[in-house]
Design a protein around this ligand. Structure first.
Ligand code: ATP
Length: 360
């Protein structure tokens, strides 16, 4: 196993496009880290640079404590599993799993033992003689994983490995991957655009946007303390609500002015306000589960109008209009909520986030 250090890593493609910009990331030995972000943000490019499939055009990559920028892909001790699995269609499951070992001319007995180990680990026993076309999506995905794991990689790179599977199988394989990681303790970099996957699997999540790293932290910290508006809006489903406005100081209080209304902000975010605003336009961010909602006129609340109910089964949400802004508020599932009524929203005091609207 190995640690990884990405120091100011950049990628400029030959056409001049700057796909990855000064990325800094320390990945611990045995850590499961996910790279997430919208399509085109540079996740796969980063992974391919680590794998050695793409030149690094700026910065340094260390694998363990060795500078690896110019180390050929095959000598990096890294295995990669692609979204497409890239299995050989004419080969059986065991031949596919053993392919890398054969290329490396590994002794036959050891090869057989390793294939057996992978078949057992990945619950593929009994399918050894089948070809990929005779397997389900999940089974193919496990064969691709087996082919990587038998090489004892120091680092395992997974590029959206579950995206071809149906929703049920994805969740099953998610658990499976977690189990495998727990057992093997390999260093894993996992690329996904699925935040639920990243949240459930990772020790830490690195969120990227437009080639830049926006935040790297544990799933809990990312969810509870997103340090910019992009991360706040990207992680969470339904996403965090943003209410636009500005802040003024009245006496000792900070008052949030929004759509003609005024809301006195709780004391505990005064420090954040001081750092963030200085007279600028701001947004406050509140997750749907972090409001108390009432039909009774309430002092110091954010006023809106209940619009529609959305039911997800486990949770219900009421959409509330605040002027032109529509925000989502979680309510008791199955409860009936009157629509087209004035409602009063009180954000939980320690759950209010504030961002500079122009900058973050
Ligand atoms: P997705 O989730 O859609 O796979 P991604 O975050 O993995 O996206 P990358 O594949 O890393 O994104 O691509 C990052 C950016 O670099 C994209 O805007 C893409 O169009 C661009 N790009 C990728 N390959 C090349 C190339 N060979 N030449 C020029 N630009 C490229």
């Amino acid at each position: 196993m190995a640690s990884l250090k990405l120091e100011n890593i950049s990628k400029k493609y030959p056409n001049g496009f700057h796909a990855v910009k000064n990325l800094n990331l320390d990945i611990k030995d045995g850590e499961f880290i996910s790279l997430v972000g919208p399509s085109g943000c540079g996740k796969s490019t980063t992974l391919r640079m680590v794998a050695g499939l793409e030149d690094i055009t700026g910065g340094k990559l260390y694998i363990g404590d060795k500078l690896a920028n110019d180390v050929p892909a095959k000598d990096r001790g890294i295995a990669m599993v692609f979204q497409s699995y890239a299995l050989f269609p004419h080969m059986t499951v065991e031949a596919n799993i053993g392919f890398g070992l054969k290329i490396r001319k590994v002794d036959d007995k050891i090869k057989r033992e390793k294939i057996q180990w992978a078949l057992k680990l990945l619950d593929l026993e009994g399918l050894e003689k089948r070809r990929p076309s005779e397997l389900s999506g999940g089974q193919r995905q496990r064969v691709a994983l087996g082919r990587a794991l038998v090489l004892d990689p120091e680092v395992l790179l997974l590029d959206e490995p579950l995206s071809n599977l149906d929703a049920k199988l994805r969740i099953k394989m998610r658990t499976e991957l977690k189990r495998i990681h727990k057992k093997l303790k390999s260093t894993i970099i996992y690329v996904t655009h699925d935040q639920a996957e990243a949240m459930t699997l990772s020790d830490r999540i690195a969120i990227m946007n437009k080639g830049k790293l926006m935040q790297v932290a544990s799933p809990t910290e990312i969810y509870n303390c997103p340090n910019n508006k992009f991360v706040a809006g990207f992680i969470g489903s339904p996403p965090m609500n943003f209410i636009e406005g500005s802040v003024e100081m009245i006496g000792d209080d900070y008052v949030f002015n929004y759509n003609g209304g005024k809301y006195t902000l709780p004391k505990n975010i005064h420090q954040v306000i001081k750092e963030k605003i200085k007279g600028k336009d701001v947004v406050i961010g509140v997750r749907p589960e972090d409001f108390d909602i009432s039909l009774q006129a309430t002092d110091n609340a954010i006023k809106g109008v209940s619009s529609v109910i959305e039911t997800l089964g486990s949770d219900d949400y009421v959409a509330v209009e605040i002027g032109k802004q529509l925000i989502s508020v979680r309510i008791e599932p199955g409860s009936t909520f009157p629509l087209d009524q004035d409602v009063y929203l009180i954000p939980k005091a320690n759950k209010i986030h504030m961002y500079d609207n122009a900058k973050d």
